[in-house]
Design a protein around this ligand. Structure first.
Ligand code: 4NP
Length: 157
């Protein structure tokens, strides 16, 4: 059986999308279905390429037993050909990713979706960018991602 490939995308790939990636990975590992998926994350911007996730996000996630281990990378053309799902955090990410996709030949393979469209509890339609805010913002991002990412998993399995 082909693996299902999932790419989470935000702006910097140091706060929201690495958290979403780690939450998804933890969920599928706990369910014993980790070997059925390829999971990754990327940013639309290049400022933080190669860096670990923001220490505030790593700390907040660790409190929930979620380990964020990824290093930032920027989204590339091949992602549109290699991933079944590209899940973005906000409307700006969505527009940037769709603009990029429209410049890539044969790129209709990946489904580009907003992760908050899967949320069952939270009414917010975007995952807010916590980077310039306080510590509570990181916990809030984790709260809403734990909901929407698990609902996404239920939706595709
Ligand atoms: P992310 O958060 O998109 O969730 O990784 C941000 C990280 C860095 C910046 C903005 C948002 N920045 O402006 O450097």
């Amino acid at each position: 059986m082909d693996k299902i490939s999932v790419l989470f995308v935000c702006l910097g790939n140091i706060c929201r999308s690495p958290a979403a990636e780690a939450i998804f990975q933890s969920l599928i590992n706990d369910k014993g279905i980790g070997n059925q998926f390829i999971v990754d994350s990327a940013g639309t911007g290049s400022w933080h390429v190669g860096k670990k996730a923001d220490s505030r996000m790593r700390f907040a996630a660790k409190q929930r037993n979620i380990n964020i281990t990824s290093n930032a990378r920027q989204i590339i053309e091949d992602d549109f050909l290699n991933f079944n799902y590209i899940l973005v955090m906000d409307n700006s990410n969505f527009n940037n990713v769709v603009d990029f996709k429209n410049r890539v030949k044969g790129s209709d393979f990946a489904k580009i979706l907003k992760i908050q469209d899967f949320s069952s509890i939270f009414t917010e339609k975007e995952v807010p960018d916590p980077y310039f805010g306080g510590d509570a913002g990181f916990d809030h991002v984790l709260d809403i991602l734990e909901d929407s990412v698990s609902c996404f998993l239920e939706n595709i399995t």
